[in-house]
Design a protein around this ligand. Structure first.
Ligand code: NAX
Length: 328
């Protein structure tokens, strides 16, 4: 049998954690032949640790054959010891009266500390996915705080946006979601993201030609995908959790086990592709193979797309500028 893989999950007692952990332990993340050890991080707060203990009791009670062990932590230096996979879900939510820059700096502190801990104790091959918002900038901070781990190992979650866009297109076309290929979501995980179906195909036919409605793209599709998170909050009274956990599973599963030629969207550090400045963590189209992602390069960018891509880039550059002084 394969050696168990160590998976750290932060924010493990939160909403997303409650959907995520059971699926990891069930083999949905790394495969039905791969056992896992869960290393769960929560804030030291007594209530959070107690809630985490309760979640672990439930994990025990599932008697998952693939769950080879688990531990609770309040310090990233122990939680990240020897891990293969980091799912960084916990983050500071925006409290009442909290400004955007306060939110940015509260999270910058968390992700600086977690980046340093990864640098100190995680496997050098650790694959990191940041889910906690602002996800792209938090991933950037963690990456900059972990100089001894390859920058390419730090990614942010755009997959929920990708999946949301797929489902909107499938509904519009009246076709199964599985038939759509080559969708892209560019940029920041925020309402400025740019879901782009210009290259997408359905049953090998062009999605753009099938829809053939620029106004629907601009006035319905792009805003619906961008505001989907807010629509879920409005309907459910709570933010997306099961779908976010599902997207995190999709992202990491595909990165580790491959996409078999299928394009997916990952937030990854730019190397200057598509004129996105180096090191910006930006949503790009990729395929994955042998545990590595590879960007789809050379796609044509028209004037409308360039404007959208710059808009979401500018937001990311502003976020980066807002935390620069906190990175040493
Ligand atoms: P919850 O508030 O339910 O859970 C977050 C948990 O993280 C809490 O239990 C909290 O104690 C813990 N936590 C906070 N700081 C921590 C730290 N420094 N170390 C360890 N644990 C810490 O939020 P939930 O609904 O689970 O959402 C988690 C994060 O995902 C939020 O930042 C949210 O904005 C973000 N999201 C990102 C999405 C994406 O597509 N990238 C979509 C869904 C989600 O909104």
């Amino acid at each position: 049998a394969k050696a168990p893989m160590r998976v750290a999950v932060t924010g493990a007692a939160g909403q997303i954690g409650y959907s995520l952990l059971f699926r990891i332990a069930n083999g949905d993340l790394l495969g039905k032949d791969q056992s896992v050890i869960l290393q769960l991080l929560e804030i030291p707060d007594e209530k959070a640790q107690k809630a985490l203990a309760g979640v672990m009791m439930e994990l025990d009670d599932c008697a998952f054959p693939l769950l080879a062990g688990m531990s609770a932590h309040s310090d990233p230096m122990t939680a990240f010891k020897d891990i293969d996979i980091a799912l960084l879900v916990g983050a500071r939510p925006r409290g009442p009266g909290m400004e955007r820059k306060d939110l940015l700096s509260a999270n910058a502190q968390i992700f600086t500390a977690q980046g340093k801990a990864l640098n100190a104790v995680a496997k050098r091959t650790v694959k990191v996915l940041v889910v906690g918002n602002p996800a792209n900038t938090n991933a950037y901070i963690a990456m900059k705080s972990a100089p001894d781990i390859p920058a390419k190992n730090f990614t942010a979650m755009l997959r929920l946006d990708h999946n949301r866009a797929l489902s909107q297109l499938a509904a519009k076309l009246g076709k199964p979601v599985a038939d759509i290929e080559k969708l892209v979501v560019w940029g920041n995980h925020s309402p400025t993201m740019y879901p782009d179906y210009r290259f997408a195909t359905i049953d090998s036919k062009s999605v753009k030609d099938s829809i053939n409605d620029a106004a629907w793209n601009k006035d319905t599709f792009i805003p619906t995908v961008g505001k989907r998170g807010a629509a879920i909050i409005e309907a459910r009274g709570l933010s997306s959790a099961a779908s976010a956990a599902n997207a995190a599973i999709d992202h990491m599963h595909d990165w580790v086990l491959g996409t078999h030629g299928k394009w997916v969207t990952m937030g990854i550090p730019s190397k200057g592709e598509y004129d996105i400045p180096a090191e910006v963590i930006y949503g790009f189209p990729v395929v994955c193979e042998n545990g590595e992602y590879k960007m789809i390069e050379g796609l044509e960018i028209d004037a409308f797309s360039r404007e959208r891509m710059n808009h979401t880039l500018n937001e990311l550059l502003e976020e980066q500028a807002g935390v620069k002084h906190l990175l040493s």
